[in-house]
Design a protein around this ligand. Structure first.
Ligand code: COA
Length: 326
């Protein structure tokens, strides 16, 4: 049985951090950030706003767009690098707030997490174990960014995206997922405790070798896309939209060139949100849907990469009508 996406929901915090704001915080310029990353602004969660809060809002948005009741959700797979606690999981907290049932758990595959989650949910739905699953990506990355490190603080932002998935009603749906991991690249991007302060231990901080991650990203986006298409038996020419992880506009452009697809095939909404890690693909997909870029029957590729190193790609045919599962 094929699994299809019934609806996509999103939520971003109200707080906005512009490039001009960052100019006042580190030695950088708005022009450098725009030209080197494509980012104009990013959202920033309030101190009392956690990954669970963003996730609940995104999930409610997805469920309401699908016309489905939260309490009928029978699986929650949530991806985050910034859980509110090690346990309980964010997924369990979301389940409680939605009055949902069934298994609920977090997965950690950094920026590839949404695709890992979608692949897991696909297998639950495909085997008949779940009929109304939520896959959520939620991040409060600005809480683990060092705002003195210009190599990372200009890039990341906060947000959440969610999809409701269930059995396909018309034969469209997820055709393939490929996932990969190479632990040898673990040092290229990681989180480590910050230096202790007089107030106590340093908070965790993202460290990144931007140049090396950039090179890996452009290669893996193209490679994973082609692998997933081959597994699905779908030709690249038949793909109308590729929704890549939003890490850097130049990475997206380079991947399009490598694949030989027109720039307009790639979705790129990094300007407004920066890199929201595991939330970036549903945020970009939602914008593409709102812009009328997705029609029933279209072949779409979702593709991403992240710390680990990890990567993933899913090929899906968009379902018509978005009929709700029973
Ligand atoms: N403002 C101004 N100058 C900056 C800067 C900033 N925010 N960050 C770096 N620079 C400087 C560097 O110090 C360097 O100066 P130098 O030439 O005098 O040494 C110069 O700009 C080029 O640095 P480099 O690191 O090569 O920049 P870049 O063009 O690669 O851009 C990133 C940096 C981080 C934007 C880019 O490498 C990137 O996006 N990498 C991928 C990151 C990613 O995808 N991460 C998420 C994984 S999920």
């Amino acid at each position: 049985m094929l699994t299809s996406i019934k609806a996509v929901g999103t939520h971003v915090p109200q707080g906005v951090l512009t490039n001009a704001d960052l100019e006042r915080m580190v030695e950088t310029s708005a022009t450098w950030i725009r030209e080197r990353t494509g980012i104009l602004e990013r959202r920033i969660a309030a101190p009392n706003e956690g990954a669970t809060d963003l996730a609940v809002m995104a999930a409610e948005d997805a469920l309401s767009r699908a016309g489905l009741r939260p309490q009928d959700t029978d699986l929650i797979v949530l991806s985050t690098s910034t859980p509110d606690s090690t346990f309980p999981s964010c997924a369990a907290r979301v389940q409680e707030r939605l009055s949902a049932r069934g298994p609920a758990f977090d997965i950690q595959a950094a920026c590839s997490g949404f695709l890992y989650g979608l692949s897991v949910a696909d297998q639950f739905v495909g085997s008949g174990e779940a009929r109304q699953a939520l896959v959520i990506g939620t991040e409060t990355l600005t809480k683990i960014v060092n705002f003195k490190d210009r190599g990372t603080c200009v890039v990341f932002g906060d947000g959440a995206g969610a999809v409701v998935v269930g059995p396909s009603s018309d034969g469209a749906g997820i055709r393939s997922c490929v996932l990969g991991s190479d632990g040898q690249g673990g040092d290229l991007i990681y989180v480590a405790p910050g230096a202790p302060t007089p107030e106590g231990p340093g908070r965790p901080e993202i460290h990144m070798d931007g140049r090396k991650v950039f090179r890996f990203a452009t290669e893996i986006l193209a490679q994973a896309t082609l692998e997933a298409l081959e597994k699905a038996g779908v030709a690249l020419e038949d793909v109308s939209l590729i929704v890549p992880h939003q890490a850097n506009a130049r990475i997206i452009e380079a991947a399009a060139k490598r694949l030989g697809v027109a720039p307009e095939v790639m979705v790129n909404n990094i300007a407004q949100y920066g890199n929201t890690s595991t939330a970036s693909i549903p945020l970009a997909l939602r914008e593409a849907i709102d812009a009328g870029r997705v029609a029933a029957g279209d072949f779409i590729v979702l593709v991403g990469f992240g710390a680990g190193l990890t990567w993933g790609a899913c090929v899906l045919q968009w379902e018509g009508g978005g009929a709700a599962p029973n």
